[in-house]
Write a protein that binds this ligand. Structure first.
Ligand code: NAP
Length: 284
């Protein structure tokens, strides 16, 4: 079997077109969706991520406000900016790019964002909403993975999903979303003694570790769906995921590539969340 590829670029283009149309409709009603992106310091990777987010906003007509601050910015100054943006009626989503410089408490900053503008879905209120099944913003990366499964028409009801990784931004919310979609969910992590014993049982595997070749073909049940969240560099410096793509492709029924899989979906879901926030604002 050779797996079908779930093309994150193609699905993103489709969803971004929908966002563009919905932004126009909202603008016609007098609401201009706006996203504020705050970058503190000059982390090169963060600069690229922020640039891509702003570019995606521009392409869909979402107004973006990019605030670049010096690495010496104090926590109090950053909190004051967040509080000001919470009050700003032109802004429907606030994203503080992580990581923040070591002298700033990232949790304190995230918790300062008004939950109704928490389009990254990292606030405790957003996490609690996901946990309890209440409305709230879902973290963009796992939400993008769910969209990919939805796109291939995959029904998770009664399926066994194995999530590798338990971070607050990917693994844990991913597991909750799969559970909400009626999968039976196993979460594996660095203390899981026999990862393969779990993955071999899985109908769906989501790898969110940050290590190359965590998932190889011998660890995958034939026909399983494999979603690769990982972003790593291979020996030649090229971007690659956590999954041995060439090997696993021969066993899985569907697989996401890296690059061109989950990555573009993450930014797309940020746009979707920002639009949803603006729509909430328009309805209130
Ligand atoms: P993280 O916070 O470092 O979490 C990694 C998780 O993997 C941890 O829960 C860790 O377990 C687990 N782990 C480590 N080694 C393992 C092993 N050998 N077997 C099983 N589990 C193991 O990373 P993250 O933020 O969740 O991100 C994960 C990956 O996704 C990274 O490569 C990141 O760059 C990528 N990512 C991609 C996107 C995207 O848009 N494509 C977005 C976000 C993240 P412990 O909890 O026990 O330490």
């Amino acid at each position: 079997m050779t797996a079908s590829i779930i093309d994150g670029n193609a699905l993103s283009a489709l969803l971004r077109q929908q966002v563009t149309d919905q932004v126009k409709a909202l603008q016609a009603r007098g609401v201009n969706p706006g996203l504020a992106v705050i970058l503190v310091g000059d982390n090169p990777a963060s600069q690229v991520y922020v640039r891509n987010k702003v570019k995606a906003c521009e392409q869909t007509g979402i107004h973006s406000l990019l605030e670049k601050h010096d690495a010496a910015m104090t926590e109090a100054e950053l909190l004051a900016r967040v509080h000001a943006l919470n009050q700003d009626k032109q802004i429907h989503g606030i994203l503080v790019q992580l990581p923040l410089p070591a002298h700033i408490n990232a949790e304190k900053v995230i918790e300062a964002i008004a939950p109704e503008k928490d389009v990254d879905g990292f606030h405790v209120a957003s996490a609690g909403a996901l946990m309890t099944g209440l409305p709230g913003y879902w973290p963009c990366t796992p939400h993008g993975c769910m969209k990919m499964l939805e796109h291939i028409g995959y029904s998770l009801r009664g399926k066994h999903a194995v999530v590798i990784g338990r971070s607050n931004i990917v693994g844990k919310p991913m597991a909750l979303m799969l559970l909400q979609a009626h999968a039976t969910v196993t979460i594996c992590h660095s203390a899981t003694p026999d990862l393969k014993a779990h993955t071999l049982q899985a109908d769906v595997i989501v790898a969110a570790v940050g290590k190359r070749n965590v998932l190889t073909a011998d660890m995958v049940k034939p026909g399983a769906v494999v979603i690769d969240v990982g972003m790593n560099r291979d020996d030649e410096g090229k971007l690659c995921g956590d999954v041995d793509y060439e090997g696993v492709k021969q066993v899985a029924s569907y697989i996401t590539p890296v690059p061109g899989g989950v990555g573009p979906m993450t930014i797309t879901m940020l746009l979707v969340n920002t639009l949803a926030s603006a729509e909430q604002h328009a309805a209130s």
